[in-house]
Design a protein around this ligand. Structure first.
Ligand code: XMP
Length: 318
């Protein structure tokens, strides 16, 4: 029967055999799959694994710095690339959800290609593809592994796509990936992270994306996610986040009338993201979070909670 120990032993020796003394480049996303793939490869080939972690400026608050530090603590040979400005420029004036995904996917490919070029004689591209990615072609773009799949037929391949592909997690389901990660000694906190879409906060800002909107949403999202952790609700939820709506609503503060943004909170239970139910979060929690958001985040005067299930709603609003 399948065990994480046996999988790690077998895969490490297969990777050693396949790769030898060659160099491998891998895009880290901060998510479970790419992180486990990286640690597994690192165990097999050490410093010949070159990891690239791109900040697209659309990550959660402080995530780039904290995740980069975690990767370094794990001994990975990782280069953090802050390309926030490039992604925000590419997104300027784009409101259409698929348009945003395309811009982000293309910007990612450009940045990754530039970086991969700086590694001499790299022979392999590693990806954290897992079995569900292989069987379903979900609407996944914008992340390290996902982007490459959905754009590889656009013609004029970037050079890194001409590399030989290594996908050590290709046969595994998500729970098996987590078990392999635990076997490799990856922190529980990292392995238990909620899924986060490659295009990040861009698809949780309805309408066009600006640096200021990203900042507001990062603040709101951090209050919500930290609250879930403090209230021991984080692990009971499959995915959670906040959405910045493109409308203003009237409010009142002291004697003043306000006319400010509305945010929606979303938390779902799911096993694979294909179907999902909204989570019945305690009213006391929602009350606390709503007050904190409205008091602390300038520019937001109303919080709503999304009580739609998938289908027919989707998890994301875009
Ligand atoms: P939906 O909104 O389709 O989301 O119910 C299902 C799962 O997929 C994630 N998602 C994405 N992930 N690129 C990604 O890498 C994308 O463009 C994308 N769109 C949705 C979503 O966060 C949820 O986990």
């Amino acid at each position: 029967s399948w065990t994480p120990e046996a999988f790690v032993d077998m895969t490490v020796s297969e990777l050693k055999e396949k790769i030898g003394d060659d160099k491998v480049v891998l895009g880290l996303s901060g998510g479970v799959d790419s992180s486990v793939a990286a640690v597994l490869l690192h165990k097999a080939i050490g410093k010949n694994l070159y990891c690239i972690f791109v900040n697209n400026g659309l990550l959660r608050k402080d995530e780039f710095e904290s995740v980069l530090d975690q990767y370094k603590d794990m001994g990975l040979n990782v280069k953090g690339v802050d390309a926030s400005a490039r992604f925000l420029d590419a997104l300027a004036g784009v409101s259409d959800p698929e348009g945003k995904r395309k811009k982000i996917g293309n910007a990612f490919i450009e940045v990754f290609d530039d970086e991969a070029h700086q590694i001499q004689d790299v022979k392999f591209l590693a990806q954290g593809t897992i079995y569900p990615d292989v069987i379903e072609s979900v609407s996944a773009t914008g992340g390290p592994s996902a982007t490459i799949k959905s754009h590889h037929n656009v013609g004029g391949l970037p050079d890194f796509m001409k590399l030989k592909i290594v996908e050590p997690l290709r046969a595994l389901f998500k729970d098996e990936v987590r078990r392999v990660g635990a076997e490799l000694g990856i922190a529980k906190e990292l392995l238990g992270r909620h899924p986060f879409p490659g295009p990040g906060l861009a698809i949780r800002i309805l309408g066009d994306v600006t640096a200021e909107k990203v900042r507001v949403l990062q603040e709101v999202d951090a209050i919500f996610i930290n609250g879930l952790k403090e209230w021991m609700l984080y692990d009971k939820v499959w995915q959670a986040g906040a959405i910045l709506l493109p409308v203003n609503s009237v409010g009142v503060m002291g004697d003043e009338r306000t006319y400010e943004k509305v945010v929606a909170l979303r938390a779902v239970e799911s096993t694979d993201g294909m179907t999902a139910d909204w989570v019945n979060l305690p009213y006391e929690f929602l009350q606390k979070i709503s007050n904190t958001i409205i008091n602390k985040v300038k520019g937001v005067n109303r919080v709503v909670y999304d009580i739609s299930s998938k289908p027919p709603a989707t998890i994301e609003w875009e």
